[in-house]
Design a protein around this ligand. Structure first.
Ligand code: Q46
Ligand code: ZN
Length: 312
């Protein structure tokens, strides 16, 4: 197996590109895919200050590394979820990466700042852990970006993640979610711009990137992920991909090109009902934003003001 670019011995093959690469050319391939995504979807410019949401996993650390290598002003944001040993070890990978690269890391700890951890908060609010976690991430990434004056929040969602989420949204024909499932969401109405520069790279590629670049990352799966249905969608899509390489990319990019414009209006309509959350000022369509409602339920008895608002 020879590198497609330089004909030296290859270390990885990428069936969907019908290509194999040596270590150096593979790193370049990954960077090119990120550059291509940023340009194709007009995600950001070199003068933007970008906040990269980093979990300690391969995708977000690879993204942070690539954005810095490409010359972006990229700081990291770590959100402490309070998920036992998993959170305890994740922060270690993030801090050590930031220290090695001399990069700026912003840390927000949910238990310390809001008085609950994701597993107990989710149980108190009768939500699935990933649902409570996801809404907390969305809220706190946005808040950190706006508080810090960042132009965009970048997340490490890769092609496998986006294809799996799309698969779930299509199974339910959830047009509101489909309308928002874009690699870039503009910064309007109190929302920071959100970008996903890894959409042209698979999980296997981001893992290989970290190994080749010597980036140490959290290999353990989050212990709360067991009931997450996206894992099932990923497994189904992986089966299809093995049989016909390129299917995931065709599914996702075909959606962006041909279907996303048709459902854009649904998300647009939702935005019209946005108003500031009375508790925190974040945009919401409900009485309280989802995060403040979660905080109130998770800390019932501790935060009387917020709890009173949702007790009716
Ligand atoms: S961290 Fe949070 Fe994930 Fe854990 S609780 Fe679910 S969403 S699985 S990316
Ligand atoms: Zn709120």
């Amino acid at each position: 197996m020879k590198c497609k670019a330089c004909r030296q011995p290859a270390v990885i093959d990428i069936p969907r590109h019908n290509a194999a690469f040596c270590a150096d050319c593979f790193v370049r391939h990954c960077q090119e895919q990120v550059v291509r995504s940023i340009a194709a979807f007009d995600m950001m410019s070199r003068s933007d200050r970008v906040l990269v949401a980093v979990s300690g996993g391969k995708d977000s650390l690879a993204l942070w590394d690539m954005l810095m290598d490409l010359g972006y002003q990229a700081d990291g944001l770590y959100l402490g979820l309070g998920i036992g040993d998993y959170s305890g070890s994740s922060i270690g990978y993030v801090r050590s990466f930031a220290a090695d690269r001399g990069a700026t890391l912003v840390e927000v700890d949910i238990p310390a700042e809001f008085g609950f951890d994701i597993p107990t908060g989710a149980a108190a609010a009768r939500r699935a852990p990933c649902s409570a976690c996801g809404l907390s991430k969305r809220h706190l990434f946005n808040k950190a970006a706006r508080d810090g004056g960042y132009d965009a929040v970048a997340t490490g969602h890769n092609l496998d993640d986006e294809a799996a989420v799309l698969f779930g949204n299509v199974l339910r024909w959830d047009t509101a979610y489909l309308g928002r499932q874009l690699p870039v969401l503009p910064g309007t109405d109190g929302f920071a711009r959100k970008v996903k520069p890894l959409v042209r790279l698979s999980e296997r590629e981001t893992a290989a990137y970290c190994v080749i670049k010597g980036i140490d990352y959290q290999v353990e799966e989050c212990p709360q992920s067991a009931g997450n249905r996206h894992l099932g969608y990923k497994a189904a899509l992986n089966d299809i991909e093995v049989r016909s390489p390129g299917s995931k990319a065709a599914f996702y990019f075909g959606f962006l090109e041909r279907i996303a414009p048709l459902v854009a209006g649904v998300a647009e309509e939702e935005r019209r009902d946005l108003h500031p959350c009375p508790e925190c000022g974040s945009p919401t369509v409900a009485d309280l934003c989802a995060f403040c409602a979660l905080v109130a339920k998770a800390t019932r008895g501790k935060l009387s003001g917020a709890a009173d608002r949702t007790s009716g």
